[in-house]
Design a protein around this ligand. Structure first.
Ligand code: SF4
Length: 225
């Protein structure tokens, strides 16, 4: 039995819309807390962990709107919740917020033991603490307001690198980062920011030029969470 608990903002079943697992039915676990402060962040409600926002597990499960409310769950409570909710997906996406602010090993061990595959989506600014079989998606957030550096350990652990782009500067930042950390074989996905036409055109051209892959946030096009 684990004594560790995780601060969860949201827990829901959907289709993974990004990166290598696009199209995969998945259970998303969104953790509360992120100090990275990306200007375009679409989950700003997950940034702060305020005690006054702590609610019951039932309130988190019943959530229908984006709020900064969170509740503590142990890995076993998360697992039993999947059964209560009748979730069918066998792939888990642990996201945030910044999930790697905490050690995810106990959570992933529990889930993997129960037959689930795990994926973490992280900004690469914290050490990735998880199981060896967990799929790690690093979406490096370079020069953000929070002032965090991308860690060499996170870049090394990445199974895929997913980079948001809107401008040439974003592409240059990514190329510098890959060169700095000598990343050559990890698949790279470019993701146009906010589905903007110019960002999408830039991403397509850059993917073709560098033999990278395009990730278009399918869930936003088909109108699911
Ligand atoms: S790392 Fe993710 S959650 Fe944190 S500010 Fe950036 S986009 Fe938002």
């Amino acid at each position: 039995m684990n004594t560790v608990e995780y601060k969860i903002n949201e827990l829901f079943e959907t289709i993974q819309g990004e990166g290598a697992f696009t199209g995969q039915p998945s259970i998303f676990i969104r953790l509360q807390g992120c100090p990275v402060a990306c200007s375009w962040c679409d989950t700003k409600h997950t940034w702060e962990i305020e005690l006054e926002d702590k609610v019951t597990k039932e309130q988190i499960i019943a959530k229908t709107q984006e709020t900064s409310q969170w509740a503590s769950f142990s890995p076993e409570q998360i697992l039993s919740l999947f059964k209560v909710q009748g979730f069918k997906a066998k792939h888990i996406v642990i996201t945030g917020g910044e999930p790697c602010m905490v050690d995810l090993t106990p959570l992933c061990q529990t889930l993997e033991k129960a037959g689930y595959s795990c994926q973490i989506e992280t900004s690469g600014t914290f050490d990735v603490r998880t199981t060896k079989d967990c799929w790690v998606t690093v979406s490096p957030k370079v020069n953000m307001r929070g002032g965090y550096e991308i860690l060499a350990s996170a870049m090394k652990r990445a199974n895929e690198i997913k980079h948001p782009v809107a401008t040439e500067q974003h592409v240059d930042d990514l190329k510098s980062l890959l060169a700095k950390h000598k990343v050559t074989n990890t698949p790279v996905y470019l993701q146009p920011i906010s589905q903007k036409q110019r960002a999408t055109e830039l991403a397509i051209a850059t993917c073709i030029e560098n033999n990278w892959r395009l990730s278009v946030q399918v869930h936003k096009y088909i109108g699911i969470e």
